[in-house]
Design a protein around this ligand. Structure first.
Ligand SMILES: *Cc1c(COP(=O)(O)O)cnc(C)c1O
Length: 402
């Protein structure tokens, strides 16, 4: 038995098997589309029930996913260093699955102020109605974090790096606080996607990944994955996932498996390109601050060096331009589409509504604007040329009247 490393596993997991009856097999596991399963006899059916009830990952009905799904779950476990993975039809759905599984009426949750925006809506609508309360806070100062823990607090929910400013949090320190108070740490790891950051290794109990982003990698699918390592947590999520009927399409899972095969090379290239973009903005007079933890001038670069294993293509920049000039800059770009997803092959840019940043302690409210970019797989030299021409237009705006 060769002890293989993660990258080798990501190439070898999820291939169709050859056995005595099938001495030839396709390399790519097919997308097994089926709503239900046939059993040879009643004993097999009853044995399936029994093993399912005992928590075994065994296929018995289409909704819970077939071999294609199981193969991708195994890949997610390898990526995140967990024991079981659960799939959901979107990243936000995966977050809902975890919170609805682990929280009871009357519970309280502490949430980092930098998390993915729609989580606030989930808290303010569904969870609140179920008498589950949340407090948003910065999670940078451990004494302050501890002071916010209530007698009914059950979960610390965070995202590191955060969604808009890519703020690195000190996850090991936060996990130590959680352990002391018997709380669970749930981390949204869409940024790291198992290769650039591994929350379970740093003390989190559950890691959630929007597969939609880097794992899918081609802006053509929506999916979420939840990975856990502790048996009691796995059992609780397993029974709740079943009870709530979460289900993902075999075709989407097939695309996600294909995404995993090239995840490492894509993320490395995104990261390499993003650093070149940081260096470009670092030279521009209008740049107030660059947010990209792998860039050496980022405020939390030391934490990134200590805890992260890689980086990606996400860069935010605060620019000293008027709102009208920023709009001209963004709209003059020819190689960037205006949009706010990430993880695909293409470059995207978004002018972040500063209202969304008001409740982020890390945001400097004196900065006028923030542009958030996903640096795609285009030639970075071409992207820089594009920035140059767009910045020139923004600088000369409004055009002077002769
Ligand atoms: C996009 C995103 C999600 C949600 O994923 P969807 O598949 O779009 O629902 C969750 N967390 C983060 C950090 C994201 O970027």
């Amino acid at each position: 038995m060769i002890m293989t490393t993660l990258l080798t596993q990501l190439s070898h997991l999820g291939t169709a098997v050859c056995d005595e009856k099938h001495p030839r097999a396709p390399v790519a596991l097919p997308a097994i589309r089926t709503s239900t399963v046939r059993f040879n006899d009643i004993d097999t059916l009853h044995d399936t029930y029994r093993r399912q009830a005992a928590g075994e990952r065994i296929v018995g009905y289409g909704r819970m996913g077939m071999e294609t799904h199981a193969a991708f779950e195994e890949m997610m476990c390898a990526l995140e260093g967990g024991k079981r993975a659960f799939l959901a039809p979107s990243g936000l759905n995966a977050i809902a699955m975890v919170l609805l599984s682990l929280l009871n009426a009357g519970d309280h949750m502490l949430v980092a102020d930098c998390v993915y925006g729609p989580v606030r809506q989930m808290d303010e609508t569904v969870l609140k109605r179920m008498n589950i309360s949340s407090t948003f806070c910065s999670m940078r100062d451990m004494a302050e974090l501890e002071s916010k823990i209530q007698s009914n607090t059950k979960i610390l929910y965070l995202e590191s790096p955060g969604s808009l400013l890519f703020e690195m949090l000190d996850l090991p320190a936060i996990a130590a606080v959680a352990k002391k108070h018997n709380l669970l740490v749930i981390a949204d790891n869409t940024w790291g996607s198992g290769l650039a950051y591994r929350p379970l290794d740093l003390g989190a109990d559950v890691s959630i990944v929007a597969v939609t982003k880097y794992i899918g990698g081609h802006s053509d699918l929506l999916m979420g994955a939840v990975v856990a390592k502790d048996d009691a947590i796995i059992k609780r999520i397993d029974t709740n996932q079943y009870a709530l009927g979460f289900s993902t399409s075999a075709d989407d899972v097939w695309l996600a498996i294909r995404g995993v095969r090239t995840l490492d090379v894509r993320m490395k290239r995104h990261a390499e390109n993003a650093l070149k973009i940081c260096e470009f903005f670092d030279q521009q007079a209008e740049t107030l601050q660059i947010y990209h933890p792998a860039f050496e001038k980022d405020a939390h670069h030391d934490l990134w060096k200590r805890d992260a294993l890689g980086s990606n293509g996400m860069v935010s920049v605060a620019l000293n331009l008027t709102k009208a000039q920023t709009k001209v800059f963004v709209e003059s770009l020819k190689l960037f589409s205006i949009g706010y997803s990430w993880g695909g092959y293409e470059s995207l840019i978004d002018m972040v509504n500063t209202d969304f940043l008001k409740n982020h302690a890390y945001w400097n409210p004196n900065y006028p604007h923030l542009v958030r970019m996903h640096i795609g797989l285009e030639s970075p030299e071409d992207l820089i040329q594009d920035y140059q021409q767009a910045l020139e237009k923004a600088r000369n705006y409004p055009p002077s009247i002769p």
